[in-house]
Design a binder for this molecule. Structure first.
Ligand SMILES: [Zn+2]
Length: 378
């Protein structure tokens, strides 16, 4: 890599994960989520409601092709909810609110089904990173925009390794967390991270977090995707001491990157603040599987603010994009004949990063290659 290997004594490294990192594990990109949920769960009532909405408001008969993207559907719903306006007499604020939950259900269920048996690249990545640099855990931070728990599971495994154990730290407190030696530990409790821990800051929420808006607490369902099991399948009410005897409905914390301000959840506010601090101290950021889409205006804002350096020495930006062996920055149209579309996509991502950050290192090698051969890229 042209800007040299990491100088671990001086550097702090952030690994910033986007949906492209989950794709090689069997995941799918966000604009296929709706389509996939219609295909997989055609008779589910929540899915049917989403279809009905698309038919009424988008005049889309939900044939599998040319559906609006998940964000295109969610954006206007969020605006309507924020303004407390109805979309139509039938789709009033109350109905839009359950529609929003059902849309989230669609994407959660698809991710749940698709990522049951990951291929293990996240495990390779974490394993290689901390085997190669065992004492450097305190130089690494992880930020993820993904709701899935692939990276979480890979990092959680580090805590179960005996003497060298390192805990995963989400940066928030859970109502079912216990100290590691507590006798009340069981599969459903979460251990408070010990001193040796690595932050994983999930800016858009997580499939294993369940939020109670009554007592303002989050429960974590370790190593499984609680949103799908507990909320959507069983509608389990909140079990905190405060809510226990009532029937407080729990909600997912899954915030898609729409234009509206959806980051008001107090736990997410705290996570965003911590992400800002981590980025302020970073000397090097690896963007993995993240194309920096225009819709993610909040992310761009966060990055712009926290990567500014008074001394003019900017953090190094390295982009690990999906594999494209034929990509060359200087390709002109004649050389692009065979792989035009692929190259256009790569060029689009590369150009966008250059526009936003100036000098960047662009590596279209895929997360698989990066995870398996870290020594070549760190
Ligand atoms: Zn509660």
């Amino acid at each position: 890599m042209n800007d040299g290997v990491i100088n671990w004594d001086e550097e702090k490294v952030v690994f910033f994960f986007g949906a492209g990192a989950s794709k090689p594990e069997g995941g799918i990109i966000t604009n296929q989520l709706l389509e996939e949920s219609f295909r997989q769960f055609p008779r589910n009532n929540k899915v049917k409601m989403v279809k009905e909405y698309l038919s009424d408001i988008y005049h889309n008969n939900c044939e599998i092709s040319n559906l609006p993207t998940f964000e295109e559907v969610l954006g206007p719903i969020d605006i309507a909810l924020q303004k407390q306006e109805n979309m139509s007499p039938k789709w009033d604020v109350k109905k839009l609110s359950s529609l929003r939950d059902n849309l989230i259900y669609c994407i959660c269920s698809v991710l749940y089904e698709k990522l049951q048996n990951p291929r293990g690249y996240h495990h390779d990545f974490v394993d290689n990173l901390l085997t190669m640099y065992p004492g450097r855990w305190n130089k690494c931070s992880f930020i993820s925009l993904n709701y899935d728990i692939l990276l979480d599971n890979a990092l959680t495994k580090l805590g179960d390794r005996g003497a060298s154990n390192i805990d995963l730290n989400y940066g928030i407190r859970f109502r079912n967390e216990k100290h590691r030696r507590s006798r009340h530990q069981n599969d459903d409790t979460w251990s408070v991270p010990r001193v040796k821990n690595v932050p994983l800051l999930k800016l858009h929420g997580s499939l294993n977090w369940i939020y109670c808006p009554t007592c303002n607490s989050i429960k974590i369902t370790p190593k499984r995707k609680g949103i799908v099991d507990d909320i959507f399948k069983d509608s389990e009410p909140c079990d905190s001491p405060f809510c226990k005897d009532g029937a407080s409905e729990q909600k997912p914390i899954v915030v898609p990157p729409t234009f509206t301000k959806a980051y008001e959840n107090p736990f997410l506010v705290s996570i965003w603040l911590q992400a800002e601090k981590v980025l302020q101290n970073a000397t090097r950021i690896y963007f993995i599987g993240y194309s920096m889409p225009e819709a993610d205006i909040h992310i761009q804002y966060l990055l712009k603010r926290s990567l500014f350096r008074q001394n003019g020495i900017h953090p190094k930006i390295i982009i690990i994009d999906k594999k494209n062996e034929h990509y060359s920055e200087n390709d002109n149209d004649e050389n692009m004949d065979e792989n035009v579309q692929e190259n256009m996509a790569s060029k689009g991502v590369h150009d966008r990063y250059k526009r936003l950050f100036g000098d960047v290192k662009y590596c279209p090698i895929g997360f698989e290659e990066f995870a398996g051969n870290l020594e070549q890229y760190l």
